[in-house]
Design a protein around this ligand. Structure first.
Ligand code: FES
Ligand SMILES: [Fe+2]
Length: 353
């Protein structure tokens, strides 16, 4: 299987992670470009998040340059007002007897949901004829309610196209080279054998008992841990680790801002009562760990400039291959308006890492 730069495209008609909830303060707005679309996010004073296109339909000034009173957004140029759904509700220059159908001036509103301490946005197809409301759900962190919040949350910007960030983060063979460090692992390679199954819009690394590298540390966390990893389009991964006593889940989301900028958000949810003591370590380790992934992607950009053909091998590159196949099938099934057929087949994969 080979890939070239021509295979680059953004998936649409799908939910993307927009930002951790705490970044969107009540009564405030926040401009963010996703998939090359300028979007104005906001949270009403009542606490409801929303997102509308960040371009005034009158003379194209970004609405984020204007004002938000906690209820509606006002453009800074001629003061047109828009509600959180994007409906034009006032044109101040109109005289009382100048009646006009304001609905002609609405801006595009996006579907936004808040789940488990994160704001998600549904990005429809840019062609209104192919756009439709969500027919799949937002991925959930297993074992936690929708009101749960991450204990820790960190976002890092990768200077690359989304595919390189997703493939890099799920790649099982890079760890001994990219994550070699005194606090994580050495250069020694060990055999890994794992079962994989298809799961909705992605795949699952079947639940398995983790290798006994933690030795006597197990008593601390209540037994030998089990681990399960689930990947979902367009770039969401949950890694659940459970023991008899506790559960800890890492949620990683990958969201493209543009062709060459991608946000990676790394969060932890846990029910460990003394989990707070882990936070100072994780505040140091997570940026260091993600920084290793980002640094190699920066190096990769040098080579990608000459638009080489990229080659994928068996086993250790099967996850990357599935990602590309899932993405292509999602786009095709949307275009043909038919059921999504997973390209993933249950199988065992083996690699050294
Ligand atoms: S440009 Fe926004 S109100 Fe005129
Ligand atoms: Fe990595």
């Amino acid at each position: 299987m080979v890939f070239t730069a021509d295979d680059q495209f953004f998936l649409r008609n799908i939910w993307y992670h927009a930002m951790p909830s705490h970044e969107l303060k009540p009564g405030k707005m926040l401009a963010k470009t996703l998939l090359d679309e300028p979007i104005l996010f906001g949270r009403t004073r009542a606490g409801k998040p929303f997102a509308i296109k960040d371009i005034c339909p009158h003379r194209a000034v970004p609405l984020s340059c204007g004002w938000f009173n906690g209820e509606d957004v006002q453009c800074c140029y001629h003061g047109w007002r828009f509600d959180p759904a994007g409906k034009c509700v006032e044109i101040p220059s109109l005289m009382d007897d100048q009646k006009m159908d304001l609905s002609r001036f609405d801006v595009r509103g996006y579907d936004v949901r808040e789940v488990q301490g994160n704001v998600w946005i549904y990005i429809p197809d840019s062609d209104p004829k192919k756009a439709h409301p969500p027919n799949l759900d937002i991925p959930r962190v297993p074992g936690f309610s929708d009101d749960a919040k991450p204990a820790i949350s960190y976002t890092m910007r990768f200077p690359c196209f989304i595919d390189h960030a997703v493939v890099g983060l799920m790649d099982p063979a890079h760890s001994p080279f990219v994550h070699r460090s005194w606090w994580w692992r050495g250069a020694q390679l060990n055999p890994e054998i794992k079962w994989f199954d298809p799961s909705p819009y992605g795949f699952t690394m079947r639940r398995h008992t983790m290798p006994a590298t933690m030795g006597r540390g197990y008593w601390l966390i209540g037994g030998v841990p089990e681990n399960e990893i689930i990947f979902y389009l367009p770039g969401v991964r949950t890694e659940e680790t459970t023991t008899n006593k506790y559960r800890a889940v890492n949620l990683t989301t990958v969201t493209p801002l543009s062709e060459n900028e991608t946000d990676v958000t790394f969060e932890f949810y846990w029910d460990i009562p003394w989990g707070g003591v882990l936070k100072p370590f994780l505040h140091y380790l997570i940026p260091a760990f993600l920084g290793q992934d980002r640094d190699v992607v920066i190096k990769q950009q040098i080579g990608l400039k000459s638009e080489p053909i990229l080659r994928l091998i068996k086993d250790s590159d099967v996850l990357a291959r599935w990602y590309y196949q899932l993405k292509a099938e999602y786009r095709r099934s949307q275009a043909e308006n038919r059921e999504f057929v997973s390209p993933v087949k249950t199988q065992q994969l083996r690699w050294m890492a």
